[in-house]
Design a protein around this ligand. Structure first.
Ligand SMILES: Nc1nc2c(c(=O)[nH]1)N[C@H]1C(S)=C(S)[C@@H](COP(=O)(O)OP(=O)(O)OC[C@H]3O[C@@H](n4cnc5c(=O)[nH]c(N)nc54)[C@H](O)[C@@H]3O)O[C@H]1N2
Ligand SMILES: Nc1nc2c(c(=O)[nH]1)N[C@H]1C(S)=C(S)[C@@H](COP(=O)(O)OP(=O)(O)OC[C@H]3O[C@@H](n4cnc5c(=O)[nH]c(N)nc54)[C@H](O)[C@@H]3O)O[C@H]1N2
Ligand code: SF4
Ligand SMILES: [Mo]
Length: 708
């Protein structure tokens, strides 16, 4: 901290997205007046994006929630009584106690949004409350499958090495647009620098995304066919002899089985499925395998389909075959600096694992081999609606807007209305929160203490995030959960949040209070850790053939399955819905359903957009900038057309997360342009993770009839 007059500056970490940018915060009196990039972090290179720079506008936004609210009218009437924290927490604790006593703790579900500062604490709270039914959207459909598969295949998670002396020669961007999304504490800035400094980019993406535009090759595949693309690339790498023979010999197992397995997966076979010319598939495979070191930036597009496990596995094998792992300039394994967050997994009472919804069926989501065992979201919402397999009566949301971000929004709505108790902790009133019994005001990132590990899970650096202001009565989520735990007399509730932070730092000989001003830790990376210790898998090698998966009843070698709804598997549906729909490509100005009320950001992106090829547009008489209707078997929404050559023919890409804070509650326009009106939460699911299809569905488009 430094100060002059009544002005002080602090260094903290922005988390308006998954976060990670080191930021300098200016506080005048008790007010945050400015946020700008701090110097010294290799992750944000003294830069920040528009969302981070808009932080003071978000923190002091007039519609920010600033005190606990209790429902005064009927559910969704948007009439509230302001109450004290004591009253809110006493009453919520009493309701939770009554439900856990009457119906069992499994009748209480806890939901959180994507990778927030309180991610681990939600799991801890659920474990000590005794409910197996907590969720986060990423556990089946985002990021956790990549972590789980990496753990099974290489014994640890990996992340691109942009930070050492050796730079990547090749970067393969697979369903990943990091120049916009900067996901999971990885951030866009070093990626941008690498491409500027000469790394050769290859993008496998139905859109020529912002990242693809800076790449030397763009492979516009049909959404949902990534697994076939990966198998064809594996075929090329093996049969053309582009693999790293010495590395494969010494550090992998199952090569011969894999070779036999992909025999028929020629680039021509890949072309037939993906729509990408065989020669381009072969050229991309050759380049990734031979112009080394290479990194493989894999994105959420690989996980938002019901063949998630096999897709992520197939792609993961490319690193093993080419030796692009834990060597300088490649994808590197983590340093794991901190002690793990004490999630108290052993405190979940006996018998509760069996009661976890979806736990039995989706073993890598909810079973004992799962990275963070959790419940299956579609199953949980169904249990709220129907009582099958038992009735889930309460839902506590900590930073999650399921009406916008969970598939099949209409069913989610029905589920929320059927609850006995809904508590939403959020920064703003949202279409989901407005249906709650209690709404609790959450702290935004400048009001939060935490340890930020970058990149996520890999943890090659740790920075302190520190509370520099307080706004209204807002409180940090972890502290709310601790206060509830105390009222419910749960295990370890006496530990304060600071105790927990200190316990993670203890082995480093420091406390959070000291660490706050330390500038963080970014140790020199230790490469090739496997040479001394092997990979942390049962065979100590990279498991091209994965016995662990076989034991769980899943294929040990990746198999291609056509998406359940696609021009190939459901040609009848394709007659009426002839285009391939993909949803949710990220936009720089907004994080999922957030930031629609932040004026400076909304000005840059005022409307929900759907991108389509000129050939499709002209077939329907659609002009760029016109409002159109996008329809699936499940429903329809309206968006503004962006007619562009930067999308594969026959593909329609829609934004997700759109609601309109300026429209009337309780709906806030949630049915107008919400991509999840178009998606389905019905089976089939990925057999291991329970993932559902958000990319590669079927849709139709038409010009909006202005008379309606
Ligand atoms: N169709 C479609 N749907 C998708 C996706 C897609 O690509 N297509 N992507 C999916 C993916 S990958 C994800 S991860 C999910 C994300 O799903 P969510 O996490 O639900 O999305 P957000 O809108 O970012 O966050 C929800 C709420 O958290 C609040 N919030 C922000 N910070 C805090 C905080 O610190 N504490 C609390 N209590 N609240 C906070 C915000 O105000 C917001 O209302 O969406 C999924 N949904
Ligand atoms: N500004 C901003 N940043 C974000 C978020 C946000 O909402 N806003 N969300 C955060 C979250 S939770 C996540 S999970 C990450 C996700 O970040 P990324 O992993 O980068 O994913 P997306 O931007 O959703 O999609 C990446 C690309 O996948 C392409 N794509 C669509 N369907 C397919 C397909 O079937 N196959 C292939 N190969 N590509 C396809 C899209 O065209 C898009 O360009 O972003 C994080 N960062
Ligand atoms: S990229 Fe994320 S962490 Fe960085 S300034 Fe933008 S919102 Fe903040
Ligand atoms: Mo995500």
């Amino acid at each position: 901290m430094s100060s002059s007059g009544d002005e002080k500056t602090f260094t903290s970490v922005c988390r308006n997205c998954h976060g990670g940018c080191l930021a300098e915060l200016t506080v005048k009196g008790d007010r945050l007046t400015r946020v700008r990039p701090a110097k010294g972090s290799p992750f944000n290179l003294s830069q920040m994006c528009v969302k981070g720079l808009a932080t003071p506008e978000l923190v002091y936004h007039p519609s920010r929630l600033v005190s606990p609210l209790k429902r005064a009218g009927a559910r969704g009437d948007n009439r509230w009584d302001k109450i004290s924290w004591d009253q809110a927490l006493d009453e919520i604790a009493a309701r939770l106690d009554e439900i856990r006593t009457g119906s069992g703790p499994e009748a209480i579900a806890i939901g959180q949004g994507t990778g927030r500062h309180h991610y681990m604490h939600v799991s801890r709270f659920a474990n000590t409350l005794g409910t197996p039914n907590w969720y986060e959207p990423g556990l089946a459909n985002c990021f956790i499958p990549r972590i789980t598969v990496s753990n099974l295949t290489y014994g640890g998670f990996v992340s691109a090495d942009y930070y050492g002396e050796v730079k990547p020669e090749t970067i393969l961007f697979w369903g990943c647009n990091p120049l916009v999304s900067g996901p999971d504490g990885k951030l866009s800035f070093p990626v941008n620098r690498a491409l500027r400094d000469g790394s050769f980019g290859i993008a496998i993406d139905p859109r020529r995304s912002e990242t693809a535009k800076k790449c030397g090759m763009w492979l516009p595949l049909r959404p949902g066919t990534d697994d076939a693309m990966a198998l064809a690339m594996i075929h090329v790498i093996i049969y053309e002899g582009f693999y790293d023979k010495q590395f494969v010999e010494q550090w992998t197992n199952g090569f011969d089985e894999l070779k036999e397995h992909v025999k028929e997966c020629t680039p021509e076979w890949g072309e037939g499925i993906t729509g990408v010319p065989a020669a381009d598939i072969a050229a991309a495979a050759k380049r990734y395998a031979t112009c080394k070191p290479s990194v493989l930036e894999w994105g959420v597009a690989l996980e938002q389909n019901p063949n998630c496990l096999q897709t992520v596995r197939a792609v993961s094998l490319l690193r093993g075959l080419t030796g692009n792992i834990d060597v300088p300039g490649s994808d590197i394994l983590g340093m794991n600096i901190l002690k793990p967050y004490p999630v108290l997994r052993n405190h979940l009472p006996k018998g509760m694992i069996q009661k976890r919804i979806g736990g039995d069926e989706f073993k890598l989501l909810g079973g004992f081999r799962a990275f963070m065992p959790s419940a299956h979201i579609p199953g949980l919402f169904k249990a709220m609606r129907t009582g099958d397999p038992y009735r889930v009566r309460a839902l506590m949301l900590f930073g999650n807007n399921p009406l916008l971000t969970v598939a099949d929004a209409r069913s989610v709505h029905e589920s929320l209305l059927n609850l006995d108790l809904l508590v939403a902790t959020d920064l703003f009133m949202t279409p989901s929160a407005v249906l709650a019994d209690y709404v609790l005001p959450a702290a935004a990132w400048p009001e939060v203490n935490q340890l930020v590990e970058l990149p996520y899970v890999v943890e090659n650096a740790v920075y302190p995030q520190q509370r520099v202001v307080r706004v209204g009565e807002c409180r940090q989520d972890e502290e709310i959960m601790i206060d509830l735990a105390r009222r419910l007399d749960l295990h370890a509730a006496e530990e304060s949040f600071e105790d927990i932070l200190n316990s993670r730092l203890e082995h480093l000989g420091t406390t959070f209070e000291e660490f706050k001003t330390s500038g963080g830790i970014f140790p020199a990376h230790e490469y090739r850790k496997f040479e001394a210790r092997g990979f942390r898998t049962p065979s100590r090698k990279i498991e091209l053939y994965c016995k662990g998966l076989k034991r769980l009843g899943y294929a040990a070698l990746p198999l291609y399955r056509e998406p359940p709804e696609s021009p190939v598997s459901t040609p009848d549906i394709a007659n009426d819905f002839p285009y391939v729909l993909t949803t949710g490509s990220r936009r720089r100005e907004m994080f999922h359903s957030e930031h629609r009320q932040i004026e400076s950001l909304r000005r840059r992106r005022p409307d929900p957009c759907a991108e389509l090829h000129p050939e499709v547009a002209s077939r329907h008489g659609i002009e760029d900038g016109e409002w159109i209707r996008i329809r699936t078997r499940r429903g329809e929404i309206r968006m503004k057309a962006v007619v562009t050559l930067d999308i594969a023919q026959g593909v329609v890409n829609v934004d997700h997360g759109w609601w309109f804070p300026e429209k009337e509650p309780p709906d806030f326009g949630v049915w107008d342009s919400n991509a999840n009106v178009l998606t389905s939460a019905d089976p089939p699911y990925d057999p291991a993770f329970g993932s559902y299809q958000l990319r590669g569905l079927l849709c139709s488009v038409e010009k909006e009839d202005k008379s309606t």
